[in-house]
Design a protein around this ligand. Structure first.
Ligand code: PLP
Length: 290
């Protein structure tokens, strides 16, 4: 996809944020996220998304969850020292050219990830999927970690991808329709002036996303409802795909549309598995569903 020496990556519609070199494309993308044993969400899903975009991925586990397509039954955060050690070890040998952050579980993990990002000079592009609760309602970030999440992490990432419920919590405003979603995103944007956002509306009808670059024109990304039970980990897949596209030098407009298309196809092409919300077919660009 990138044959030339250098490509340009745009954070907003027009604004040039950084140059991307060929080496950046060969360097791994890192996912810092939870482990979902049913493989619909979390790091195993993120690595499939990276592979589907022909990117090599490394992973730092933040938490072990016990879950299936029927929901999350338990969450066990990884000891902070292990997480710090993993990030340090990977950074020395396999520094990433892009980072996706997902489930963070508790305050200790939030602080450790924020400290890791602070040390990166220059910092690669970071997409934070603001995972707060699973669709079955389990806390994937303890409420006591929210303050550190907002104060220490949000100012250090390039993009966040909240759904309506997450936007509500972060903006402390009720989000009930598209106009209140815009108001809440604007309020959050005032608090974090350099934060770019994609407010995902996958659970809404129609499932339009609202893309709000920090510098540039916001716009609605249209979606069509897909009738399927293969919806587990849609947020994880969108944010990982979006990172792949941005890290390859795509503009926010192109990257968000490509990521939305990728997730829609992954839902559409999936075999339905399990009795609840099943996994998608994340490797669809490479193979038919298996
Ligand atoms: N488990 C892990 C490890 C996750 O990272 C996530 C979402 O990011 C989920 C579960 C929740 O997935 P869903 O929202 O599809 O329930």
């Amino acid at each position: 996809m990138l044959d030339g020496e250098v490509a340009s990556a745009f954070c907003g519609k027009e604004r040039l944020c950084r140059k991307i070199k060929k080496m950046d494309i060969i360097a791994p993308l890192l996912t810092i996220a939870g482990f979902d044993p049913s493989s619909g969400a979390g790091i195993t899903a993120d690595l499939q998304v990276f592979a589907a975009h022909r990117r090599f991925g490394t992973a730092c586990i933040t938490a072990l969850t016990v879950q299936s397509t029927q929901g999350v039954e338990a969450v066990h955060a990884v000891p902070v020292q292990e997480l710090e050690h993993t990030l340090e070890c990977l950074q020395k040998d396999l520094p990433p050219s892009g980072i996706k952050i997902g489930m963070l579980a508790d305050e200790g993990i939030v602080r450790a990830v924020a400290a890791y990002l602070r040390k990166l000079q220059p910092r690669p592009i970071v997409v934070l999927d603001t995972v707060l609760r699973s669709s079955s309602g389990a806390y994937l970030l303890q409420p006591s970690a929210l303050e550190a999440f907002q104060n220490m992490l949000l100012p250090q990432v390039d993009w966040i991808t909240p759904n309506w419920l997450e936007l509500e919590t972060l903006a402390e405003m009720s989000v009930t329709d598209r106009s209140t979603a815009i108001q809440a995103a604007d309020a959050l944007g005032e608090r974090y002036p350099s934060l770019n956002m994609v407010v995902t509306g996958g659970a809404e009808r129609p499932p339009h996303d609202y893309v709000r670059p920090a510098h540039g024109q916001p716009f609605w990304l249209p979606g069509e409802h897909i009738e399927t039970r293969a919806t587990h980990g849609t947020g994880c897949a969108f944010s990982s795909s979006f990172l792949c596209e941005l890290a390859a030098g795509k503009s926010a407009t192109t990257a968000s549309a490509a990521a939305k298309h990728y997730v829609a196809q992954a839902m559409q092409q999936a075999h339905v598995r399990g009795s609840g919300h099943g996994p998608m077919h994340l490797l669809w660009p490479m193979t038919t569903a298996y």
